[in-house]
Every structure is written in structure tokens, then in C-alpha cells.
Design a protein around this ligand. Structure first.
Ligand SMILES: [Fe+2]
Ligand SMILES: [Fe+2]
Length: 293
């Protein structure tokens, strides 16, 4: 199904995109550990919030097809929507307030600053701090009218069989690629251990920010950006058969990044005006004057 045929009611099942992240934290309460037992995870009660998270995964798994992903790549990777200074792009992201979720108290910029500040406090290199700061900038896709399940959600390889380690994998029954012999075998369109550089991931904010930043940051940073929502690999190791040795080396950095994304909750929210000079200097060191979205 082409994306312009998706019914309007299937766009935004969540009250806020943070509901997906809250659900990831519930699934992975401990750094580096695999998911809680599936039976437990699937034991959704009837709260409206849980129903909307379940609906979110259902739609994500139904609509993320190889064709959908290629269509989004061909459209968004032309970067013809906006050209902004990096800080202004962050402020643009921060106009994304879709929130009627009482549990979410931080805005986008505060989540990013909190992640980055936790990385900085641990004495990591400055490019790692900058990576923390920009890692969710790709969520501007929401502001370009993209459906929530095409912006956030666990990411996974397209064009080959969906792993049963992907959250709520039963929902792939509704995905046409499940029945397409080009895409439904273990390797699908790929060769064994071809390396993730050859693999098309499901479309979302991770791939988009990677593509925006790919000329400006060290490779370790680019792996963190591109694969930070690829939980079925970095927590469950479900796609070893597509990874090469270089990916495995680089995924040490993805693993290092993940706890900062999920678990850095500072007691007081970061104050943007106090931190802005430091982050403006980091941006000036690594990024061009303007970036294209
Ligand atoms: Fe993210
Ligand atoms: Fe994040």
C-alpha cells in the first residue's frame, strides 16, 4: 500500500510519541538486559494508554513494508523541506507538542539535553555528547505530517523475515511482506552477513537523523544515531545473520548509548538557557552552518 492510501484514523494512535518510549522502558527495565518475559509484556490491561500503545505497534507492523520504506527514503532523503541552523532545527523540533499524557513532563529539547548531559557527566568525548543532544532530531518527521508509527517505534530490517524477537511480532501477520516470497525468507533480498550498511531498516527518526548527519560525525556516533531503536538486535541479538564484524564492533557504541537514552532521569529538568552556550559551541565544532531537512 502506498503511503497516500493510509486512512487518516491510522496515523496517530498515541496521545504523544513519548508513550512508545515509556513502553520501551517498561519492556527493558534494566540496562543491557533482554525484554521482560513476553507473557508479562503482553498482559496489557484495558487502560486507554495501553490500548493506544498496542494499536501503535499494530499499525507499525502492518504498514512498514519494503515498498513503504523505499518510498520514504526516496522522498525524505532529497532533503528539500527546510534548511535551518542546527540549533534552530532543535527549536523547530520543540514545537512538537502533541501531549495529553500526564506522565510526560519533559519536552523534546529537555529529553535531548538530559541525555547529553548524562553522557557529558560521565566524561565521554564531546562528539558523544553532541550525539546525545541531536539523536531524536529526526522526530521532526512528525511536523512534516508523517504518521507516528513512521517516526518512532522499534526499528527492524526490511526485505527479509521479521524476527519473532521484535516486540508484538504477531502483528506482522497483517504485513503484506510476510506473504511476499522476495522478502519472507531468513535473508530475503540480502546475503548472509552482508553488513547493515546494505540493509534497509524500517523508516523512522533514526534513519532520517543518520542521513542528515552522516558527513559530520565519527562513525561510532553515526551507528548510535542510526540504530538506537533497533532493540531486536542490540537487546535480543536477533539479526546476527545480517551483521558483519565491523557492525559488531560498532554496536558496542550503540550499547553504550542506549542507557543514556532510556534511563537518564535527572531530578531537575535541564535549563535550556544555561546550557545553550555549551551546545552552540559543540554544534559549531562539528556541524555546518545550516542543515537540510
Ligand atoms: Fe529516539
Ligand atoms: Fe531519545
Amino acid at each position: 500500500m502506498a503511503s497516500n492510501e493510509i486512512p487518516a484514523q491510522d496515523f496517530n494512535p498515541l496521545n504523544s510519541i513519548e508513550q512508545w518510549e515509556d513502553d520501551v522502558i517498561e519492556r527493558y527495565p534494566e540496562a543491557g538486559e533482554p525484554a521482560k518475559a513476553k507473557a508479562e509484556f503482553r498482559n496489557y490491561t484495558d487502560s486507554a494508554k495501553e490500548a493506544s500503545v498496542r494499536e501503535f505497534y499494530r499499525l507499525n507492523h502492518k504498514y512498514q513494508t519494503y515498498e513503504f520504506v523505499r518510498e520514504k527514503e526516496n522522498d525524505f532523503l532529497r532533503f528539500n523541506r527546510k534548511e535551518l541552523k542546527p540549533w534552530d532545527a532543535m527549536e523547530f523540533l520543540n514545537t512538537l507538542v502533541d501531549d495529553s499524557d500526564p506522565d510526560t513532563d519533559l519536552d523534546q529539547l529537555q529529553h535531548l539535553l538530559q541525555t547529553a548531559e548524562a553522557i557529558r557527566a560521565d566524561g565521554h568525548p564531546d562528539w558523544f555528547v553532541l550525539t546525545g543532544f541531536i539523536h531524536d532530531m529526526g522526530k521532526v518527521l512528525c511536523l512534516f505530517g508523517e504518521p507516528q508509527w513512521g517516526v518512532v517505534g522499534d526499528t527492524f530490517p526490511m526485505g527479509c523475515a521479521f524476527s519473532d524477537k521484535i516486540v508484538y511480532s504477531e502483528a506482522f501477520e497483517a504485513n503484506p511482506d510476510t506473504y511476499d516470497s522476495r522478502y519472507n525468507t531468513k535473508y530475503g533480498v540480502y546475503e548472509p552477513n552482508c553488513g547493515l550498511k546494505n540493509v534497509h531498516m524500517s523508516w523512522g527518526h533514526d534513519e532520517y537523523i543518520y542521513q542528515i548527519m552522516k558527513d559530520y560525525l565519527p562513525e561510532e556516533a553515526l551507528y548510535m544515531l542510526r540504530y538506537h531503536s533497533f532493540y531486536s538486535q542490540h537487546r535480543e541479538h536477533a539479526y546476527e545473520h545480517l551483521m558483519d564484524d565491523h557492525d559488531r564492533e560498532m554496536f558496542k557504541w550503540v550499547d553504550k548509548f542506549n542507557p543514556y537514552d532510556l534511563y537518564s532521569k535527572s531530578p531537575k529538568p535541564p535549563v535550556v538557557s544555561e546550557l545553550k552556550p555549551y551546545y552552540e559551541a559543540l554544534i559549531a565544532k562539528y556541524l555546518p552552518e545550516t542543515i537540510k531537512l
